[in-house]
Design a protein around this ligand. Structure first.
Ligand SMILES: NC(=O)C1=CN([C@@H]2O[C@H](COP(=O)(O)OP(=O)(O)OC[C@H]3O[C@@H](n4cnc5c(N)ncnc54)[C@H](OP(=O)(O)O)[C@@H]3O)[C@@H](O)[C@H]2O)C=CC1
Ligand SMILES: O=C(O)CCC(=O)C(=O)O
Ligand SMILES: [Mg+2]
Length: 418
């Protein structure tokens, strides 16, 4: 079906998906992108500069990305109409073209959609939010040994309190739910039943296990030593506690893990390398201090939606901040790559912020497409630019003798340093 507002690029083809969810990536794929609100106008063009340069250098003209702009957020309201934040054809394009990339989107202050970012993930069932956290030499950080931080967060992306099942204090709906809980479910410990907001936290076995399975498979494929299930199961027994139990269960049933020293930790041998992979769990508050004090003990992390949101920004700070923290939202085949940071409105349009987060998200995208040579060049470009002290304001303000670059100039520096 044709699109109404989305313009197809002059050339290029669709990426397609095989029955086993592997991708067929043509030499000239069409990649949809959402520019993003706020600093999206700054970081998205800088990302495209770096990616186009990496692809050109890696494949000498034999491969090329054809970018196709699709709309969401404030830009969609100007292209479609004032109430259209997430057009149906954007969802269709992202699904049909399989691999896409997006800038940050503002959560509208009013209107039906709670968060466009969350809505995109839920509508496309992008249930894995993968956020790798590693340090690049030369990046200023608040910790003494940032090189010890090398973790990959697998954040469950479709459930938990992000499902948005909640009712405003004083509404008829909230009152009705409170009445049901107190009168029919025997709940006696809602402290103040008047003017009380109510939220529901759904966490399912299927939702948990499909996420944990991906995290363990990642550990196998990438020769990682451990997968840590992060939860607050001591307090939220039937949601976060169940996440932990179902996580161990999938390790046993799908990967043959066995209890380690009587449990609860488990382990199994990586079928590719023969090395042991440990499955362990840590309670979420303790985890926030563990990753600061003993980061070398943590590798792949599998966690619920809200814990993953907190943990990914906290860990990003340890390696330089969210200006350089990348991410991917994935279903079994569809991948939408996006920065960890938001729209940083006070910097919008100033060509100032760090595009590193979106550039490194594009690096994940290229690797997902199997274009590893181009992905490696992106890493090289980022590493070399930073090592030379060519950085944006966020790093510059805490570095000595560095050269202050604009956002677009950092994109060009990545391209020049491959
Ligand atoms: N996935 C998404 O699209 C996300 C969207 N959002 C949305 O973004 C909006 C703003 O959220 P907010 O909480 O302010 O968080 P932001 O991530 O937008 O900004 C917080 C601070 O982080 C720093 N920062 C963010 N991005 C960069 C960058 N590229 N380079 C350097 N520094 C950066 C800035 O710090 P400093 O001021 O110290 O320089 C900035 O003020 C909200 O509407 C929120 O809902 C939020 C998170 C994710
Ligand atoms: O959608 C939002 O506004 C916030 C999303 C977010 O914080 C994240 O994805 O890390
Ligand atoms: Mg966040």
């Amino acid at each position: 079906m044709a699109f109404e507002k989305i313009q197809l690029p002059a050339g290029g083809e669709k990426i397609t998906v095989n029955a086993d969810n592997s991708l067929n990536v043509p030499d000239e794929p069409i990649i949809p992108f959402i520019e993003g609100d706020g600093i999206g106008v700054d970081v998205t063009p800088a990302m495209k500069i770096a990616v186009d340069a990496a692809v050109a250098k890696a494949y000498g003209g034999e491969r090329k990305i054809h970018w196709m702009e699709v709309y969401a957020g404030e830009k969609a309201t100007t292209i479609y109409d004032a109430d259209t934040w997430l057009p149906e054809e954007t969802l269709r394009a992202v699904q049909e073209y399989v691999v896409s990339i997006k800038g940050p989107l503002t959560t509208p202050v009013s209107g039906g959609i709670r968060s466009l970012n969350v809505a995109l993930r839920q509508k496309l069932d992008l249930y894995v939010c993968e956020r790798p956290v590693r340090w690049f030499k030369g990046v200023p950080t608040p910790v003494k040994k940032p090189q010890d931080v090398d973790m990959v967060i697998f954040r469950e992306n479709s459930e938990d309190i992000y499902a948005g099942v909640e009712w405003k204090a004083g509404s008829a709906e909230a009152d009705k739910v409170i009445e049901f809980l107190t009168k029919e479910m025997g709940v006696t410990n809602i402290r103040f039943t008047d003017e009380c907001g109510i939220g529901v936290k759904p966490v399912s076995k299927e939702g948990t296990q499909r996420l944990v399975r991906k995290a363990i498979q990642y550990a196998i494929d990438n020769d990682r030593e451990s997968v840590t299930l992060v939860h607050k199961g001591n307090i939220m027994k039937f949601t976060e506690g169940a996440f932990k139990n179902w996580g161990y269960e999938v390790a046993v049933e799908a990967f043959g893990a066995e209890p380690l020293d009587g449990g609860p930790w488990h382990a199994f041998d990586n079928p590719n390398t023969g090395k042991r992979i440990v499955i362990k769990d840590v309670i979420a508050d303790a985890m926030l201090q563990q990753v600061l004090l003993r980061p070398e003990e943590y590798d792949v992390i599998a966690t619920l939606n809200l814990n993953g949101d907190y943990l990914s920004d906290a860990l990003a700070a340890q390696v330089g901040g969210i200006g350089i923290a990348p991410g991917a939202n994935r279903s079994d085949a569809v991948g939408m790559f996006e920065a960890t940071h938001g729209t940083a409105p006070k910097y919008a349009g100033q060509d100032k912020v760090n595009p590193g987060s979106l550039i490194l998200s594009a690096e994940m995208m290229l690797r997902y497409m199997g274009w590893t040579e181009a992905a490696d060049l992106i890493l090289q470009g980022v590493e070399n630019a930073i090592a030379k002290g060519e950085v944006t304001y966020d790093f510059h303000r805490v570095m000595e003798n560095a050269k202050l670059l604009k956002c677009s100039e950092f994109g060009e520096a990545v391209a020049a340093n491959m």
